[in-house]
Ligand binder design. Structure first.
Ligand SMILES: [Fe+2]
Length: 263
C-alpha cells in the first residue's frame, strides 16, 4: 500500500506518462524498485550528462579502507560526501565535510559513533556524472515527498572478495539506513558472483530480491517502509582481484533542530 495519499501530488509534479512517474508509482506501491540499466540509463538525462563517466568510475580505484569494520576486516573501501538541497531544486550544495553517523538502532555493528571517511574528490562531486545522478534523485524523491528540504549523503563503496574471505556489502545484515530514500547504483562488478539484494517489510518478511549485475542497474528504496540487505560477494577466480563498486545516495528530510552531520 502507498505510504500516503500522494498519488495526486506525484502526477502533478511528474510528467504524465513519463518513465519517472511510473517509477514513482512503483515505489509508492511496493516501497522499492529494481531498475535495470536499460531503464535507468535514459533516466539520467541529459545525453551529455555523463561526460565524465569514465573518470567517475575510475575514481573507485582510489577509495580508502574502512577502518571501522570489526574484527580487523578490511574488505570495504569508501569515500563520503554530504550535500543539501532546497525543496523543488536540483542544485545540490556541497556541505562541509562531516562524519557519517547511524544510531545503534539502524546499525548495531558499527553504529552509535561518528565515522569519518575520506571525502569524495572535489572534481567527482562537481562532475557531471554525480550531478546527473543527484538531479535524478532530487526529481524523483522530491516528487514523492514535495516541499521537503533534503540532507544528502553520497557514498562510494568498493567491497572486495579475497581469496580467504568473501566481502559483505551489508555486514550489519538486513537493515534500514535511517533516512527517507536510498539509491544504490551499480558502478562495476569485477570477477565476483552473488551480491544479491533482498528487500523486506519492517516485520522481516521478504518482499523481493534481485542482483545488480550491469553498470547502471539500480535499487531504490523507501527506507521508512522497507529493509534491505545484500549477500556477500565471492571471487569467481580467487587468484584475481574481485570487487563490487556501488554508489549509494541517501536523502533524509532536513530537520532544523538536528546538525547536518547526523543521519
Ligand atoms: Fe543500507
Amino acid at each position: 500500500m502507498p505510504a500516503n495519499d500522494s498519488t495526486r501530488l506525484l502526477a502533478d509534479v511528474l510528467q504524465p506518462g513519463s518513465p519517472l512517474l511510473a517509477l514513482g508509482h512503483r515505489i509508492e506501491i511496493d516501497g522499492y524498485a529494481f531498475v535495470p540499466a536499460v531503464e535507468m540509463r535514459p533516466l539520467l538525462a541529459p545525453p551529455d550528462g555523463l561526460a565524465d563517466w569514465n573518470e567517475f568510475t575510475a575514481s573507485w580505484d582510489d577509495l580508502q579502507p574502512d577502518t571501522y569494520l570489526p574484527d580487523g576486516h578490511r574488505y570495504r573501501r569508501r569515500r563520503h560526501a554530504t550535500l543539501s538541497v532546497k525543496a523543488g531544486s536540483q542544485e545540490c550544495r556541497l556541505e562541509p565535510h562531516a562524519a557519517h553517523y547511524q544510531s545503534l538502532d539502524y546499525n548495531p555493528l558499527v553504529g552509535g559513533i561518528e565515522r569519518w571517511f575520506e571525502p569524495i574528490r572535489r572534481e567527482i562531486v562537481d562532475g557531471p556524472s554525480l550531478r546527473c545522478v543527484l538531479a535524478f534523485c532530487c526529481h524523483l524523491f522530491g516528487a514523492l515527498r514535495p516541499d521537503t528540504d533534503w540532507h544528502i549523503e553520497c557514498h562510494q563503496f568498493r567491497i572486495e572478495a579475497r581469496r580467504d574471505a568473501p566481502g559483505s556489502p551489508t555486514p550489519e545484515g538486513v537493515h534500514r539506513d535511517g533516512v527517507d530514500f536510498v539509491l544504490v547504483l551499480l558502478i562495476r562488478r569485477t570477477n565476483i558472483e552473488s551480491g544479491t539484494t533482498s528487500v523486506h517489510d519492517l516485520a522481516g518478511n521478504a518482499l523481493g530480491s534481485f542482483t545488480l549485475t550491469t553498470p547502471f542497474d539500480a535499487a531504490l528504496v523507501d527506507d521508512a517502509r522497507v529493509k534491505h540487505g545484500v549477500t556477500a560477494v565471492e571471487a569467481i577466480d580467487p587468484s584475481q582481484a574481485a570487487y563490487r563498486d556501488v554508489l549509494v545516495v541517501s536523502f533524509r528530510a532536513r530537520r532544523p533542530e538536528r546538525s547536518a552531520g547526523q543521519a
